[in-house]
Design a protein around this ligand. Structure first.
Ligand code: SAM
Length: 295
């Protein structure tokens, strides 16, 4: 992460969601609210993102986007949309089953907290993110009424990652919580992922859930999407957002304890869930749903 600039990958995801929403084939995968919130961020972030926003809304850009996708990470656009849809579904069912707090770590420009805020008037929500990214989100969404939605700016590389700030903003560790870390942990070092996992368990009531994504380690220990080109490796390094941590599913089960892994969702599950079994979705990042069940 660069210190002043917002996460480039978070901006890229925001642009991807707007693009998909304007594609008649996929528009149902991204709600209008999500696309509008992402558009608001791109509109205000910089002259370049404002221009990007104009371009991704044009019909003529769709084939170009497909070409760019083919030479970078084939299937990544659908992956973003389906990953978000799956995680949103898991959080919503956790809330329906009694969770009263949702904390999104490394939220980027994800509109999820705003949608949950609208739909679940009794739930408290927090977003924790790097100050450089969060500053731009708050500026971009200045007009949104964010009662019950708390923003904590914290660099996860610093000790305690905003634990005190959470408690000070009325977070209650005795309540059932849903923690989300989507598209985040791969950017952190293994020791940090491990200590974050422990910190979350120390703040969680039994039955709390932790939904996160991780890069599934390849046979040669590579940490990347299966179809990812060398250009993308270079781009992530250049942007100082290289993938640093990955795991196998079997190692993860022990690594996240006392969180108990309930289920993994990979590219096949995401396609199946959405009735898109014939489409190609990028393979490599897996969603893990875990529950806090202390011994
Ligand atoms: C790829 S974006 C994902 C954003 C969002 N979760 C999504 O899926 O749309 C990665 C996010 O992690 C955050 N992040 C990366 N390193 C961080 C750090 N050291 N401390 C806090 N946040 C960090 C970035 O600011 C960014 O919002």
């Amino acid at each position: 992460m660069q210190n002043e600039q917002a996460s480039r990958t978070a901006l890229l995801i925001a642009a991807s969601l707007v693009l998909l929403h304007h594609d008649p084939k996929y528009s149902a995968l991204v709600s209008k609210t999500s696309a509008d919130l992402c558009a608001q961020i791109l509109e205000t972030y910089s002259p370049q993102t404002r221009l990007t926003l104009k371009i991704v809304r044009q019909d003529w850009f769709r084939p170009i986007a497909k070409l760019i996708e083919r030479i970078t990470i084939p299937g990544i656009l659908l992956h973003y949309a389906l990953r978000k849809k799956c995680i949103a579904g898991l959080v919503r069912s956790a809330i329906i089953n009694g969770a009263t707090q949702v904390v999104i770590i490394g939220a980027g420009f994800d509109p999820l907290s705003f949608e949950l805020h609208q739909d679940f008037p009794r739930v408290q929500l927090w977003e924790i993110d790097h100050p450089a990214t969060q500053r731009h989100k708050m500026r971009g969404l200045g007009g949104v009424d964010a009662e019950r939605l708390h923003f904590i700016a914290a660099d996860l590389n610093a000790p305690a990652f905003g634990r005190e700030a959470l408690i000070e903003s009325s977070f209650d560790p005795s309540q059932r919580t849903v923690w989300i870390a989507e598209g985040l942990l791969m950017y952190l070092r293994e020791g940090l992922v491990s200590s974050l996992t422990r910190t979350l368990s120390g703040l969680s009531a039994p039955g709390s859930q932790f939904t996160f994504t991780f890069m599934e380690k390849q046979d040669n220990n590579g940490i990347r999407f299966d179809s990812q080109s060398r250009f993308v490796d270079w781009w992530l390094r250049r942007r100082r957002e290289p993938f640093r941590w990955g795991s196998t599913r079997s190692d993860l089960v022990g690594f996240v304890r006392p969180w108990r892994v309930i289920r993994f969702f990979d590219h096949n599950d995401l396609c199946e869930q959405s009735g898109l079994a014939d489409r190609s979705v990028a393979k490599g990042e897996v969603i893990c749903l875990a529950e806090f069940s202390p011994a």
